[in-house]
Write a protein that binds this ligand. Structure first.
Ligand code: MFK
Length: 625
C-alpha cells in the first residue's frame, strides 16, 4: 500500500513537471486517469484549472409540436381534413417551436410585480408584466385563439380547431392560456345571455382578432371563505344605483390574470334595507370593466397583493378589494351560479386541454432526449425499460388527448346547433369527468417525464421543473378532484340519470364499430366488461344512501373516464387510416382496472363503517408500546 502510494506520488509529481504547472492535489481515485491523460501525448490535463472537460450533454430540442404529434394529426385528418386548417396548425406549430416558446420562458423569468404607489406617493396599483406577456396577448388575438371558437364558418368543428391550436400553444404560452380560458368563458356567457348592451362591445373585443381591440376577461369567484363552496363563501354585495347599474363591495381572494380588461363576478344584491339573501340563491352574476380614473387610479378596485404561488408564476394572481366597483347585472337575481356555469364549462375544458398538452410536451422532449443521451453504453432509446416507461406515458397522453377532443367535439356540436339530446347529456357529464381525470394524469405523467431526464429534469433553468409546477394547479383550480366528482353525482341526479343513459349508449355504439376487429378483441372485452360493471354499480348504488354515493364519487368519476377513454382509443384504432400503434395503445390502456368503482365496491370501500375507519386511521395518535 505504502509502495503503491509512493509510485503514485512520483507519477503525479512527474506530471506536474511535464505540464510545467503546479496543480492542486487531486482526488486519489482520479489520479491514475490524470496521469494516463497527461502521458498519452494529448499535452494537457483534463479538468485542470479552467478546463471543465469536453463532454456536454446535448439538450432536448423542441420541434414543431404539430408535426411531432402523430395522434393529433391523425385525429384531425380523420375529423377535420381541411387543408387550410392543417396548414394553419403546421405554421403555428413552427412559430411555437421557433419563437413563442422563448416568450413563454421569458414570462417565467420575468414574473409580474405589483407597484402600489407612484414616486410621489399616489396609489396606482399597477401590475407590471413582461414584454413577452404583452406580446402573447397580441399573438393570441392574431392567431384567433379565442375567435376561432366563435367563428361559425368552421361549423361543428370550430372548438376542435381552436382547442388543437391551444393544445399546441399551451406549454409554450407562459400561462397566457389562463386569461384566454377566462376570456373564452366570458364570451360564452355573454353569447348565451344575448349579445346586447352593455356587453355587446365587450363580446366583440373578447372575440376579436385585432390586437389593438382584443380584451381579456377575469373570472373573480373565489373569496376568503373558500373557492369550492361559492354559495356560502361569497360575501361581496352589489348595491343598486339609480341608473340601474350596481356598485360592488367585497374582497376577491384569488383572481387570476388580474391585468384583464373586464371581469365576470358574483355578488349578492342588497335590498333597500341593506339585506342580502344567503346561500347560492342569493348570488347574481355581474359584468365589470377594469378602468382607471383621470388620476390614474383603478376605479373601485384596490390590488392588495400578488399571490406567491407554487407555479403559474408567469401570470399575475391577486387579492382584490372591490370598493364600489361599477358593475352591471347579467343574470336574473339569484341565478348567478347557474349563469356562470357556462363559463365554468369552458374554463374546465381549457384546463383539460392544458393538461393533455403538458403531458404531450414532456413526452416530446423526453423522446427527443432519448435519441441524444447515452448511458451504460447506449442511447436511452435503446434501453427497453426506458422505452417502456415512455410508452406508458404515451398511452396516458393519448387517452387524455382523445378525452379532451371528444369534449371539444361535443361543445362544437352544441354551439353550432347540431347537438342531439345525447350529445348535450354527454357534454354535461364529461366536462367534469375529463377535467378531473386529466388534471391528475398531467401531474403523474409530467413528474415521470422529469425523471426521464435524470437529475437534469430537476434543474430549474432547463425549464422542466416549471412544467411540473404548472401542472400541479390543473387538479386544483376550476374545481378540485373531489368537488368535480360531486358535480358528476349532481348532474346524474339532476338529469334523473339521463346523462348516464347517454354515456352507456354512446360507449356501446363506439364498441359496436369494433365488431370483427380481432386485434382489438381484448380491449373491446375489457371496455364491455367495465361498462357492465358500471351499469351494475349504478343499479346497486341507486338504492344506497347519499353518503354511500359520496364515498364512491371519485372512483365513479375515474371509472367513467377510464372506460370512456378505452372506447375512444378503440374507436380511433378502427379508423381506416389507423396504425398498429393506435391498436397497441388501445390494448395497453385497457389492461388496467377500468372500473375501479366496482372492484372497490366489492371490497366494501363505501360501506357505512368506512368513513369512520378512514377518519380513525387519519387521526391515529396512539403511542405504540
Ligand atoms: C389553462 C386553464 C386555466 C383556467 C383558468 C382559471 C383561473 C382560476 C380562476 C378560478 O379558479 S375561479 C374559481 C373556480 N371555482 C370553481 O370552479 C368552483 C368550484 N365549485 C363548484 O363547482 C360547485 O360545484 C358550485 C359552486 C357550482 C356549487 O354551487 P351550488 O350553488 O351548490 O350549485 P348547485 O346548487 O349545484 O347549482 C346551481 C345551479 O347551477 C343549478 O342550476 P338550476 O338551478 O337551473 O338547476 C345547476 O344545474 C347549475 N350548475 C352548477 N354547476 C354546473 C351547473 N350547470 C352546468 N354545469 C355545471 N358544472
Amino acid at each position: 500500500m505504502a509502495a503503491s502510494s509512493a509510485v503514485l506520488s512520483r507519477r503525479l509529481a512527474g506530471s506536474r513537471l511535464w505540464c510545467g504547472v503546479t496543480r492542486p492535489l487531486v482526488h486519489i481515485r482520479s489520479a491514475k486517469h490524470l496521469w494516463e491523460a497527461a502521458s498519452d501525448g494529448a499535452g494537457y490535463l483534463p479538468f485542470s484549472r479552467a478546463r471543465v472537460g469536453s463532454f456536454f450533454q446535448e439538450q432536448p430540442v423542441l420541434k414543431n409540436p404539430f408535426l411531432e404529434d402523430a395522434l393529433l394529426r391523425g385525429y384531425l385528418k380523420r375529423h377535420l381534413p381541411q387543408e387550410a386548417i392543417l396548414s394553419d396548425l403546421n405554421a403555428f406549430g413552427e412559430r411555437v417551436a421557433k419563437v413563442i416558446d422563448t416568450w413563454g420562458r421569458q414570462c417565467e423569468l420575468n414574473p409580474p410585480r405589483l407597484v402600489h404607489f407612484d414616486p410621489w406617493g399616489r396609489r396606482v396599483d399597477h401590475i407590471v408584466t413582461s414584454e413577452a406577456w404583452k406580446r402573447l396577448k397580441d399573438l393570441s388575438a392574431q392567431e384567433g385563439l379565442v375567435a376561432i371558437g366563435y367563428d361559425k364558418s368552421f361549423g361543428e368543428w370550430r372548438r376542435v380547431y381552436q382547442m388543437s391550436k391551444l393544445y399546441i400553444f399551451s406549454p409554450s404560452s407562459g400561462l397566457y392560456t389562463c386569461p384566454l380560458a377566462m376570456t373564452d368563458g366570458a364570451a360564452k356567457v355573454i353569447q348565451s345571455g344575448g349579445v346586447s348592451p352593455p356587453v355587446e362591445e365587450a363580446y366583440r373585443r373578447l372575440t376579436s382578432r385585432q390586437p389593438e381591440r382584443f380584451w381579456t376577461s377575469g373570472q373573480w369567484m373565489t373569496e376568503r371563505q373558500g373557492g369550492s363552496d361559492v354559495g356560502t363563501g361569497t360575501e361581496t354585495v352589489a348595491v343598486p344605483q339609480a341608473d340601474g347599474s350596481y356598485r360592488l363591495h367585497g374582497f376577491k381572494w384569488f383572481t387570476s390574470a388580474t391585468d384583464a380588461d373586464m371581469t365576470l363576478t358574483l355578488a349578492r344584491v342588497q335590498d333597500t334595507s341593506g339585506s342580502t339573501t344567503p346561500g347560492s340563491r342569493g348570488l347574481s352574476l355581474f359584468y365589470a370593466e377594469v378602468s382607471r380614473d383621470e388620476d390614474g387610479r383603478l376605479r373601485g378596485i384596490e390590488v392588495q397583493r400578488l399571490k406567491d404561488k407554487l407555479g403559474t408564476r408567469q401570470m399575475p394572481t391577486a387579492e382584490l378589494l372591490l370598493d364600489g366597483l361599477p358593475a352591471y347585472r347579467l343574470s336574473e337575481e339569484g341565478r348567478g351560479v347557474a349563469s356562470i356555469a357556462n363559463m365554468l364549462t369552458i374554463t374546465r375544458i381549457h384546463n383539460s386541454v392544458s393538461a393533455a398538452a403538458a403531458m404531450r410536451r414532456v413526452l416530446q422532449l423526453a423522446r427527443d432526449y432519448a435519441t441524444r443521451r447515452t448511458a451504460f453504453g447506449k442511447l436511452l432509446k435503446d434501453h427497453p425499460l426506458h422505452m417502456q416507461t415512455l410508452a406508458r406515458m404515451e398511452v396516458e397522453t393519448r387517452a387524455a388527448f382523445l378525452l379532451v377532443m371528444d369534449v371539444c367535439r361535443l361543445l362544437g356540436r352544441e354551439e353550432s346547433g347540431l347537438a342531439s339530446e345525447l350529445d348535450l347529456h354527454l357534454l354535461r357529464l364529461l366536462t367534469p369527468v375529463v377535467k378531473l381525470y386529466t388534471g391528475k394524469q398531467a401531474v403523474a405523467v409530467v413528474s415521470e417525464g422529469l425523471e426521464s431526464f435524470g437529475g437534469q429534469g430537476y434543474i430549474e433553468d432547463t425549464g422542466m421543473p416549471g412544467i411540473l409546477r404548472d401542472a400541479q394547479v390543473l387538479s386544483i383550480w376550476e374545481g378540485t378532484t373531489n368537488v368535480l366528482s360531486l358535480d358528476v353525482l349532481r348532474c346524474v341526479a339532476r338529469s334523473s340519470g339521463m346523462v348516464l343513459h347517454a354515456y352507456f349508449a354512446h360507449v356501446k355504439s363506439l364498441l359496436a364499430g369494433a365488431t370483427g376487429v380481432s386485434s382489438l378483441d381484448p380491449a373491446v372485452k375489457a371496455v364491455g366488461g367495465a361498462l357492465s360493471e358500471l351499469e351494475q354499480f349504478v343499479q346497486i348504488a341507486a338504492s344506497r344512501s347519499p353518503s354511500y354515493l359520496e364515498l364512491a364519487a371519485r372512483d365513479l368519476a375515474y371509472s367513467l373516464a377510464r372506460t370512456y377513454a378505452g372506447a375512444l382509443l378503440i374507436d380511433h384504432a378502427c379508423w381506416k387510416d389507423a396504425s398498429p400503434n393506435d391498436t397497441y395503445a388501445a390494448l395497453r390502456w385497457c389492461e388496467q382496472d377500468l372500473c375501479l368503482v366496482a372492484s372497490k365496491q366489492t371490497r366494501g370501500c363505501y360501506d357505512s363503517s368506512s368513513a369512520s375507519m378512514d377518519a380513525a386511521l387519519i387521526y391515529d395518535n396512539r403511542i405504540q408500546t
